[in-house]
Design a protein around this ligand. Structure first.
Ligand code: FBP
Length: 573
């Protein structure tokens, strides 16, 4: 018997499972757990279960350089934030648009919960705007430009409910940036007669969403654009957008693996495990995993940058702790390193900036003549790095011109550098033990897991809210769900002006709008908590093994330590 799947939205009543899947995924070949997750009932914030209307807040500004942002976004700058509030009885407000045609796109790296954002939009349309149509653009923004889409219906969406991955419509990293590409996007939305477009993505994709909103409004095109905060990296957040989805699940997956490695280290007593964690420029994932598992050493990139540490300083910090632990006969341990670390070290930043220039001119020859273009300091550093790291630093940049930090094996580099330094200390007689390093990179493993209860529910509310914003004619906002420490019923739902998250960067003599990445704040509660405990974790083994993600019972609804601490809560160890 096909199980009934119900949202507890209560608005449009229970939905019944389609008899079979007609898409790439087949619920009939799912594990029992995957199947049970499809039917997991998602609670909605109370405001989404009643008739509601939208109330505007005060005019917004920008995160920096408001005058420049105002010039770049003359049609959407300064918009107020929007908040959904109940409107019952005689106050009931009819949304201006009854039936909608909406497109949705997944942009950038996978993050658990993306399918639920789409389910949320779809269910909103079913519940509140009957007869509407939802199109999914295939393969990311390229799908918009090339007009590649699929109509999403109940059967299509069903097997993806509460499941990880982005495979319902896939994602991509293309950017809509040239005038021709904007024109292509315009042609597609006109052809489909779209009332709205939801862009589910990180900082770059949401900047792009805002540029599209501006473009469409400037040309009097009716298509409105709403963004949704996605990225496991956790670096797209502000007061109104407390976290990006996917961070919670990814950190819990990595924390389970780190916990297992810790027990392995303690069991054999012979390895130092160097674990590099995804997260690109920011160290939020590393910090959260440290708070969840209590490793012996954790390097936070933002602290390294603030203290202007060199590679040698970081190596010495690790080696000092290894040496001290050896005095207590602990010749094992776990060390967490953020994947973007290399980019935080000022001397490496200079080197990368010089390499970027050289690569942009396309002048990296086999003979190494290109190296003459490096300054002496950068050349010395480059020559000092292991060969593998040299090669990785020369790899092609991503579409945004960034070094692909996921491909740089910093954990291996540190093992080599620590080995060399310990050898020196052996000669000096200050280290007498045996060091063996094991390298790990935990990255892609965390991006497509079954979303936690938090990510499932949060994403569903983000999608449902995005549908509401579009039906009320909003554009240039990012779907925002707040009050996340409270029970779901009390969560707030609304939208925040994308331009209010923006600043400008000067590139090639022009101002370019960017949503500022939210980095780990050294005076923020999560880092302070970590800093107050790290010395104890370094020498005493206070390992915690959080185990696999729970969907029921103790801990199943716990939010990340980072979010809890940022929202004023505390954790007791
Ligand atoms: P987004 O910023 O698009 O969410 O991607 C996050 C991320 O997983 C980073 O943590 C990682 O550095 C990068 O994607 C890897 O990119 P790719 O999937 O292109 O290898």
């Amino acid at each position: 018997m096909a199980p009934a799947f119900a949202t507890t939205a209560g608005y449009g009543g229970d939905r019944v499972a389609p008899p079979h899947s007609v898409t790439g995924r087949f619920a009939s070949v799912y594990s029992d757990l995957q199947n049970s997750r499809i039917d997991h009932a998602l609670p909605l914030p109370s405001v989404l279960k009643t008739p509601f209307t939208i109330v505007d807040g005060p005019q917004s500004s920008a995160a920096g350089n408001p005058d420049e942002i105002a010039k770049l976004f003359p049609n959407v700058f300064g918009q107020p934030s929007a908040m959904l509030v109940p409107s019952g009885g005689s106050d009931a407000v009819q949304p201006p648009i009854q039936k909608l045609k909406i497109g949705v796109v997944l942009s950038g790296g996978q993050a658990p919960g993306g399918h639920n954002v789409i389910s949320g939009i779809f269910d909103y349309l079913q519940d509140r705007a009957k007869g509407s149509t939802l199109y999914g653009f295939r393969g990311g923004p390229a799908g918009i430009m090339k007009g590649k889409y699929v109509e999403l219906n109940t059967d299509y969406i069903y097997p993806y409910r509460n499941q990880g991955g982005f495979d319902m419509i896939r994602s991509g990293r293309d950017k809509i940036e040239t005038p021709e590409q904007f024109k292509q996007a315009e042609d597609t939305v006109q052809k489909l007669d779209l009332d709205g477009l939801v862009v589910i993505g990180g900082d770059d994709s949401n900047t792009n969403a805002c540029l599209l909103a501006e473009y469409f409004r400037g040309k009097n095109i009716k298509t409105r654009v709403i963004g949704c905060p996605k990225t496991i990296d956790g670096d797209l957040k502000c007061k109104e957008v407390p976290t990006s989805f996917g961070f919670d699940t990814a950190c819990k997956i990595y924390a389970e693996m780190i916990g297992n490695v810790m027990i392995d280290a303690r069991s054999t007593g012979k390895y130092y495990h160097f674990v590099r964690l995804m997260g690109r420029a920011a160290s939020h994932i590393t910090l959260e995993c440290a708070l969840q598992t209590h490793p012996n050493i954790t390097i936070i990139g933002e602290e390294v940058a603030a203290k202007k540490l060199t590679l040698k300083n970081v190596t010495d910090y690790i080696v000092d702790i290894i040496t001290k632990r050896a005095e207590d006969n602990y010749n094992y341990g776990v060390i967490l390193i953020p994947e973007g670390l290399i980019d935080f070290i000022p001397e490496v930043q200079h080197l990368i900036a010089e390499l970027n220039e050289i690569l942009a001119q396309g002048t990296v020859d086999q003979e190494g003549i290109w190296k003459k273009k490096l300054t002496d300091q950068s050349l010395n550093l480059f020559e000092f790095l292991p060969n593998a790291i040299q090669e990785q630093l020369l790899l092609e940049r991503d579409p945004h011109g960034n070094v692909q930090v996921a491909k740089i094996e910093t954990e291996k580099m540190f093992i080599q550098m620590v080995e060399t330094e310990l050898e020196k200390r052996k000669q000096e007689g200050t280290y007498k033990a045996q060091f063996k390093g094991q390298a790990h990179f935990f990255g892609y493993e965390g991006r497509c897991g079954l979303p936690t209860n938090f990510d499932s529910t949060y994403c569903y509310a983000l999608g449902y809210g995005a549908g509401a914003l579009l039906q009320f004619g909003k554009t240039g906002l990012i779907s925002s769900v707040g009050n996340l420490c409270a029970p779901v019923e009390e969560w707030t739902v609304g939208g925040t002006a994308l331009t209010s998250l923006m600043d400008v960067e000067r590139r090639h003599g022009k101002f370019k709008p960017v949503i500022k990445k939210a980095m780990v704040e050294l005076d923020g509660a999560p880092f302070k908590k970590f800093a107050s405990l790290r010395d104890e974790w370094a020498l005493k083994n206070r390992y915690i093994s959080p185990g696999p993600i729970q969907f029921t019972g103790p801990g199943s609804d716990a939010i990340s330590h980072t979010l809890l601490l940022e929202l004023g809560g505390d954790i007791c160890f």
